[in-house]
Design a protein around this ligand. Structure first.
Ligand SMILES: Cc1ncc(COP(=O)(O)O)c(C=O)c1O
Length: 474
């Protein structure tokens, strides 16, 4: 067991180790190189009966665990979307762990509640969201979307499903684009609508939802006796960061009295840049909106910013008040346990507060703006090279592309070639990229958004990708 003195000693050692890790992160292969089962077979089948020395545990962490880590904080991280952290965020997380506060009610830690309220107001204003929005931190965009659909379900049925279940309810329908994130379909399933009630609406040549197709689908469902309930629009799809036309979608939702939720999981952080806010034109017509500071705002996982236009509807959907949760403040204060699914809640506002104060809004703008500029450079390099193709517009910091050295139209062969290229690039350990399919095209994705990524890392990534591609041909 560790006593307080050991804690102090090892705590200092660990902070030094973490600082060294950040300093030397480029010496690690970005993607873990282990095979399935490699880690498991080094872990004893049973828990130790007697306590072990911290030194031994930490030695095993370095020997067993570290080789199985994929380094998301590596400057060569260009896969999926980033989940970036930063020094202030990591330090705040240490304090959160030490305080161990469970922030379900105002009274269980007034500072946690009031800081969350203030930090969410900051985020709302920093990203140009409407002043009537109220914010709450959720663990993930997936949860926020589920919370939104549950609230939609209840407001549209006058809270009847909460009371009596789905019996004798009409057949609801919901809408998102073909490019929407899988968390939408999952939320539709979990919220009890059934995945067949989700209509995946066609997209235009830029992979953004087609409003005319949405309107037609709603009208067709109405005439078939369904009850259209909600639309989920994406600002920055996972595949290609496409931006659905919010204003037109909002107008359609108003016309048919539909709930509108916006999934801006990745792109939302970029709204700190006022010149990009055309992307959320129409946001004042939405019922709820989520973005993830844990993706692109230097705040380590998890911290998802969820905003609602009508907080009373949110609370009414989730509130439940057993005797042991009654407090004398009642509803004169925010009790965030009633703003979502979890009862127990971590003190996540602290790391956001540390990050926003340490950077300041100007530096957040500058850093995110740099990511977008460097990704745009990357997109231009791809576009200007006859052997490569840019497969989608890159309005944010993600480029979608493929290798097509001989301008072939054999899609199956190109898909195989690019899949081999992806595997080979990632095996190098120098950088990490991921893929999607756009239409039928296997598509490589290059994301720029890691905290430690600089312009020269993006140039290096392009060199690694090109060199690896050339080698594949021999
Ligand atoms: C557009 C979009 N929505 C939702 C999600 C899910 O985010 P989370 O992991 O916070 O649930 C992602 C993840 O990348 C995403 O890209």
């Amino acid at each position: 067991m560790i006593n307080l003195n050991d804690f102090r000693t090892h705590g200092h050692q660990l902070i030094d180790w973490v600082a060294d890790y950040f300093e030397n992160i480029q010496t690690y292969p970005v993607q873990s190189q282990v095979a399935p089962g490699d880690i498991l077979q080094q872990l004893p089948a049973a828990a130790p009966a007697h306590g072990e020395d911290f030194d031994r545990i930490f030695e095993d962490f370095q020997k067993i665990i570290m080789p199985g880590i994929t380094h998301w904080q590596h400057p060569g991280w260009h896969g999926y979307f980033t989940a970036n952290n930063s020094y202030p965020s990591v330090l705040a997380e240490l304090l959160t762990a030490a305080l161990g506060a469970q922030c379900m009610s105002w009274s269980t830690s007034p500072a946690a509640t009031e800081l969350e309220q203030r930090v969410m107001e900051w985020l709302r204003d920093m990203t140009g969201l409407p002043r009537h929005f109220s914010g709450v931190i959720q663990d993930s965009a997936s949860t926020a979307t589920l919370v939104s659909l549950l609230t939609a379900r209840e407001t549209k049925t006058n809270y009847a499903i909460n009371a009596g279940g789905f019996q004798s309810q009409p057949s609801f329908t919901l809408y998102c684009s073909e490019q929407a994130h899988s968390s939408i379909e999952r939320a539709v399933k979990i919220a009890g609508f059934g995945r067949e009630s989700l209509r995946k609406i066609a997209v235009d040549e830029n992979f953004a939802l087609l409003p005319t197709a949405l309107d037609e689908a709603i009208i067709s469902d109405l005439s078939a006796g369904h009850v259209p309930l909600a639309v989920i629009a994406a600002i920055g799809t996972t595949g290609s960061t496409a931006v659905d036309p919010l204003k037109e979608i909002g107008t359609i939702c108003q016309k048919h009295n539909l709930w509108l939720h916006v999934d801006a999981a990745w792109a939302g952080s970029a709204m700190v840049l006022p010149e990009l806010r055309y992307m959320i034109d129409g946001v004042e017509m939405t019922d709820s909106y989520v973005f993830n500071p844990h993706k692109w705002m230097f705040t380590n996982f998890d911290a998802s910013a969820y905003f609602v236009a009508d907080k009373a509807a949110l609370i009414r959907t989730f509130e439940i008040l057993p005797e042991y949760l009654k407090t004398k403040e009642g509803d004169t204060v925010n009790n965030y346990r009633d703003w979502g699914i979890q009862l127990g809640r971590r003190f996540r506002a602290l790391k956001l507060w540390f990050v926003i104060r340490s950077y300041g809004v100007d530096a957040l703008r500058q850093t995110i703006g740099n990511h977008i500029r460097w990704a745009t450079d990357f997109g231009r390099w791809v576009d200007e090279d006859a052997q490569w193709e840019l497969l989608a517009p890159a309005p944010l910091a993600t480029a979608c592309f493929r290798y097509n050295p001989h301008r072939s139209d054999d899609e199956a062969a190109l898909n195989k070639l690019n899949q081999r290229l992806l595997e080979s690039v990632n095996r190098s350990g120098m950088i990490f990229i991921s893929h999607t399919t756009l239409g039928t095209k296997y598509t490589l994705r290059m994301v720029v958004g890691q905290t430690h990524t600089q312009q020269h890392h993006v140039a290096l990534a392009w060199e690694v990708i090109k060199t690896t591609a050339r080698k594949l041909e021999h």
